[in-house]
Design a protein around this ligand. Sequence first.
Ligand code: SF4
Length: 367
Amino acid sequence: MLKIAHTICPSCSVGCGVNLIIKNQEAVGTYPYKRHPVNQGKNCEKGRNSFQILNENRLQNPLIRKNGLEQARWDETLDTIVSQIKKYSPQEIGIVASGNCTNQEYETLKKFAESLGVKNIGYNAGTFPYFNFQSATLDDVESSRTILIVGDVLKENPLLGRRVILARENGAEIISIDISANTLTGINSDEHILIESTSQLTEQVGKILPKLDESSTVLIKELESREEFENILQILQESSARILPVLKDCNSRGAMNYLPALDEDDLKELLEKVKLLYVVGDDPASHLAESMKNLEFIITQGPSVTETVLLSDVVLPGTCWAEKSGTFTSTTGTPQEISKILDAPGDAKDDVTIMIELAEKMGLELL
Ligand code: SF4
């Protein structure tokens, strides 16, 4: 029997609504949620295919490294972690999360780290540092007279791109800046400024500054360093333009309310400094394996097999987005609820439950 359930797309930070099609307890497809205010009845290809991550490479059982990673019972796995954590001082322990966890998972993880006294903690933020200004809304984008776009937002975040196209149809001038010539955003802009390196960004944004006023919006995608973002922000302070940083993952904006934002250098430093690492939902080995080679013990919690899982000493099978309840905060800063639609596969467990059980085994109180 087919079942349809409304949820939030996990595939980028725009926060579109999506309907998940369930057949015999398995996600088999999606279709757009017509009344959702973010995407107004549309999903991009990435969003339409988001159901696939529920079925791919799923972890179904706890694993402990013996002769290779071997299936284990939950109590044995948690006991192994407790005895390992007790061997290290708080300074020797690191905790890293991705931007794809729920706000409730970040809150629990933060409490767990605080009760342990662990300060080496953060989420993989890419190049965006923490920021706390009021960012532009999607309606601001659509009603803008001028939109400056840094990066290929139309390709990477199509339902945000749709608001840009609607603004253009209403007469807005679109200016884009990128290091690539033929970007989708560039093709759909009135002016496309090609730069050789992102070090030229600040200068170019400075040149456009006289065109920006309170009816303008600036969309900023992932840059090469957090300094570039900070420099652009500093220049934009001279204008009254609204700003929308387009963050990487579906809950990057929520993560920054709980955990420090780690860029590539921060993450590298953390991995090289600690001896025991607890990874929640992230895959640092996919880009920083070299920095992980001196780690003595790696615990990975997450829904699927990753390069970090393959390096780990203990693996905790967690839930994927449609198997849990909580909230994701979109890149415009709006928290949106997700509800559990499916059971997690095999012996996998809800991520908050895993953290609480681990804390209880450690004798920690998560206040
Ligand atoms: S724009 Fe982002 S949130 Fe919206 S459907 Fe596409 S991937 Fe999902």
